[in-house]
Design a protein around this ligand. Structure first.
Ligand code: PLP
Length: 382
């Protein structure tokens, strides 16, 4: 059975170009980029190329790109740096109620250590309470961390003016942009952020490698100390193959994000699936569909059923989807993101996420619709 993979917000399949580009760096071109011989220099050059590719994706300078082991590390580093270098007397940090667990728990840990954590709410469509947000960014605030595209619902945070407000208040801004590359254009200049996190495996690159953008001139304190790698911002011998793969994936994502026709086609497939489920299944609802969203994500409440049961049945029929964040997949707790949007426990644990890729076809969407509708009808009749 050909499986239909609709779980691209959890992880994506590495692109063939990525795998091909990585292979030599795991075979004969294995030298340490810090070694002073030609083979080492070749590894350092490969990292330089990848840095250039990420620079182009983000619209930043090469010196502003720091490679990490993934977005969780990038996020932890941004928090650790911003809090450790915060001016005396500033004890406030701000996050939203719909953050990925990497941000949520970094903020919670900071609160345990004495920081004043302020959580900005969202409305029932997942839209940030901008009034509360802009009001809280004041002279007591050290750090603001906000998700750009929600991993569970695809809802885009309206960050217009937030960077300027942070700058005016003297606070630094981190943006979790993990779910954005390849789905829309990313530009750190217009975001006005000081830090931004990415993860290669969300953009058809390998797992275990990511990016922390650190704006030039930003006071910075590394989380991992030791060697002088990454301009002394992140110690540890570089994973050259993974960084090369990330670079190629970034280049491909940039091309996809500029291809408005393909993005519209992906959105159209997402909407086709969503509308079909809503039309065929009474008591269903698309979470966050009233907000601007990235074009690949649909989160649908299926009315009275535990998502885990539906997922098991559709999985047997060859459709891979998920119920919210992969990081919470082993938990039976209802989605905190959907709860923050005002859903009750039954609604938050009865919602499924379908996340498409640029390679998802109309036939797959057709078949996935058939399978999900049949599964829900069968389970409801029990
Ligand atoms: N932020 C968001 C929005 C995510 O979706 C993820 C991964 O699910 C992360 C951060 C963490 O990324 P990683 O697992 O690569 O550390």
């Amino acid at each position: 059975m050909q499986r239909i993979y609709l779980d691209n917000n959890s992880t994506t399949r590495p692109a063939p170009e990525v795998v091909e580009a990585m292979a030599p760096w795991m075979h004969e071109r294995h030298a340490n980029p810090s070694s002073p011989h030609p083979a080492g220099e070749a590894s350092a050059d490969a990292i330089r190329v990848a840095r250039g590719q990420v620079t182009s994706l983000l619209g930043c300078l090469p010196s502003e790109v720091c490679f990490t082991s993934g977005a969780s590390e990038s996020i932890a580093t941004a928090f650790a740096s911003a809090l450790a270098t915060a001016p005396e007397g500033r004890r406030k940090l701000i996050v939203s109620s719909v953050e990925h667990s990497a941000v949520k728990y970094s903020a919670q840990r900071a609160e345990d250590e004495g920081w004043n954590r302020v959580v900005i709410g969202v409305d029932e469509e997942g839209r940030l309470d901008r009034e509360q947000l802009l009001c809280e960014i004041d002279s007591s605030c050290a750090f603001v961390s906000l998700i750009l595209a929600n991993n569970e619902t695809g809802v885009l945070s309206d960050l217009q003016g937030v960077g300027e407000a942070c700058r005016a208040a003297g606070a630094s801004l981190h943006v979790d942009a993990v779910q954005v590359p390849g789905k829309m254009v990313l530009d750190v200049g217009s975001l006005g952020c000081d830090f931004l996190s990415l993860s290669a495996h969300k953009l058809h690159g390998p797992a275990g490698v990511g990016v922390l953008f650190v704006r030039s001139g930003q006071t910075f304190r590394p989380l991992i100390v030791g060697g002088p790698q990454e301009d002394e911002r992140r110690a540890g011998t570089e994973n050259v193959a993974a960084i090369v793969g990330l670079g190629v994936a970034a280049q491909l994502a940039q091309i996809r994000s500029l291809d408005t026709e393909s993005l519209a086609a992906m959105e159209n497939l997402r909407d086709t699936l969503e509308q079909r489920l809503l039309a065929s299944l009474p008591d269903s609802r698309a979470n966050g569909a009233g907000s601007p969203r990235v074009p690949n994500t649909s989160n649908v409440y299926l009315g009275g059923l535990e998502a885990a049961y539906v997922l098991a049945v559709v999985g047997q029929e060859g459709v891979d989807a998920s119920a919210g964040s992969a990081c919470n997949a082993t938990s039976t707790a209802p989605s905190p993101v959907l709860m923050a949007m005002g859903r009750d426990e039954a609604q938050a644990s009865g919602s499924l996420r379908f996340s498409l890729s640029a390679h998802t076809t109309a036939q797959e969407i057709d078949r996935a619709g058939d399978v999900v509708i049949a599964a829900v009808q069968a389970l409801r009749s029990l």
